[in-house]
Write a protein that binds this ligand. Structure first.
Ligand code: SAM
Ligand code: SF4
Length: 443
């Protein structure tokens, strides 16, 4: 049996696309190889959101080149956002690559392999009209009790720093019936937690045909009504599309978790305008207050960019202030990375690397302090935890996630997939520690 190895870079959407890539390859009769060197087919599912993943990929491809020189029969496939961004140059840059496909054309990999790697021209892949939902392909999931469900592809926003609209195309919503049917099927297979995925997940539904046009709150309600689904998450919503029906659905649906990842990007209204985010700082803060008012105990996490072109020390301080004012439970912090072809990359007032570095260090420090204080508030409370398995650093301890999406390491006897109550005993900025309630009672 031929074997494959998939190497995934980037966001949850890519992680989910990789499940589809694996499912498709298994349907074609290939088995998974745990290590790259044992595989006949090596797939890189790439990300190009910042320069860093590009650099990591370049290092991997340099290794792949050496492997291909030694063992020319191995197949090297490059998929995802980097492949799409570099579609004109990819085979020139990396002549040893056998097949390439954009994020909207995963099935092309199947066509190519199905044709024995000869029937389809090497350079043919893409987004545009050819795009199809990866959700229509078979999938191989990492965990039997958790699943991602794609609700849309592409993005219609024009954030001036972002390459996503170029590589993933315009937004297309998946039909509600198909989404709910997938969730029903997943629940039947034992899935308890679903994460609805879209680049701009809460604008879902608006592009559907007039007869079925709907909005994200309705989708949350429909998924909430599926028997067996205990937890519903979604990512990433855009603040501009967080309308009242979504907030009410979150508040009223029992399975929708008390967590929202709401990317702020910058605390400076001036910078937000140049980023084309279409909300200002005040509107974001009001939205956060409204969400917390409607959903008691809500955890709010965010994405922040430092060093956007023209960002002054004053703008940066406003981001720091916003982190404190909103009291985020966590944040992904990024150094602005110019992406070729985006509006911001052409802005004249780029910030020097040393200033960006210095700012991100200061920001991370504040984010950690605020998150630590928020997590500290959980100490002494019981949290419902979905057990994922042993802790990554200590096999004698279990790991799981609260409804608020915080990782908990805890003493206990529960099995992966179980929902248990955990008494929280201590906290860091990223994790909680505790003991399973049944374990405490037995002691
Ligand atoms: N669609 C989602 C959104 O708008 O929140 C996610 C987009 S992207 C996969 C995740 C994050 O990467 C963004 O929220 C942003 O903070 C960051 N990002 C995107 N482009 C970037 C760039 N050029 N430089 C630094 N960070 C960037
Ligand atoms: Fe990129 Fe903005 Fe679309 Fe998110 S909403 S994917 S940051 S363009």
């Amino acid at each position: 049996m031929k074997r494959y190895h998939v190497h995934t870079f980037g966001c949850q959407m890519n992680a989910h696309d990789s499940e589809r890539i694996k499912g498709l390859l298994e349907d074609l009769g290939l088995g998974e190889a745990a290590a790259e060197e044992d595989a006949d087919l090596i797939v890189f599912n790439t990300c190009t959101i910042r320069e860093k993943p590009d650099q990591r990929l370049a290092a991997h491809l340099a290794q792949a080149k050496a492997v291909k020189a030694r063992e020319p029969e191995k197949i090297i496939a490059v998929g995802g956002c980097f492949a799409e961004a570099q579609r004109e140059r990819l085979f020139e840059l990396y002549p040893f690559v056998d097949v390439a496909f954009g994020p909207g054309s995963i099935s092309h990999l199947g066509d190519w392999l199905g044709a024995g790697g000869e029937g389809v021209a090497r350079g043919r892949f893409g987004t545009g009209e050819e795009r199809a939902f990866a959700a229509d392909l078979p999938e191989t999931r990492g965990r039997r009790f958790q699943a991602w469900v794609q609700v849309s592809m592409g993005c219609n926003s024009v954030c001036s720093y972002c390459i996503v609209p170029r590589v993933r195309g315009r937004e297309v919503s998946r039909r509600p019936g198909e989404i709910v049917a997938e969730v029903v099927r997943l629940a039947g297979e034992g899935v308890q937690e679903v994460t609805l995925l879209g680049q701009n997940v809460n604008s879902w539904g608006r592009d559907l045909a007039p007869g079925i046009r709907t909005e994200f709150g309705e989708l949350l309600r429909a998924v909430d009504s599926v028997d067996g689904i205990e937890r519903i998450r979604f990512t990433s919503p855009h603040p501009k599309d967080f309308r009242d029906p979504v907030i009410s659905a979150m508040a009223e649906c029992v399975a929708v978790c008390e967590h929202t990842h709401l990317p702020l990007q910058s605390g400076s209204t001036r910078v937000l305008k140049r980023m084309r985010r279409t909300y200002d700082r005040e509107r974001f803060v009001r939205l956060a207050e409204k969400l917390r008012g409607a959903i008691p105990d809500l955890a709010l996490t965010t994405d922040l960019i430092v060093g956007f072109p023209g960002e002054t020390e004053r703008d940066f301080r406003q981001t720091v202030e916003a982190v404190k004012e909103v009291g985020f439970d966590g944040a992904f912090t990024f150094v602005y990375s110019p992406r070729a072809g985006t509006e911001a990359a052409a802005m004249p007032d780029q910030i020097p690397e040393d200033v960006k570095r210095e700012r991100i260090e200061r920001l991370v420090d504040v984010v950690q302090r605020v998150a630590h204080a928020r997590n500290q508030e959980r100490v002494g409370k019981l949290e419902e935890v979905l057990v994922e398995g042993p802790s990554r650093t200590d096999e004698s301890v279990l790991r799981g996630r609260t409804r608020r999406n915080t990782t908990v390491n805890f003493r206990g006897t529960a099995a992966p997939g179980e929902l248990v109550d955990v008494l929280v005993e201590s906290a860091t900025s990223m994790t909680l520690r505790g003991t399973e309630a049944a374990f405490v009672a037995a002691a």
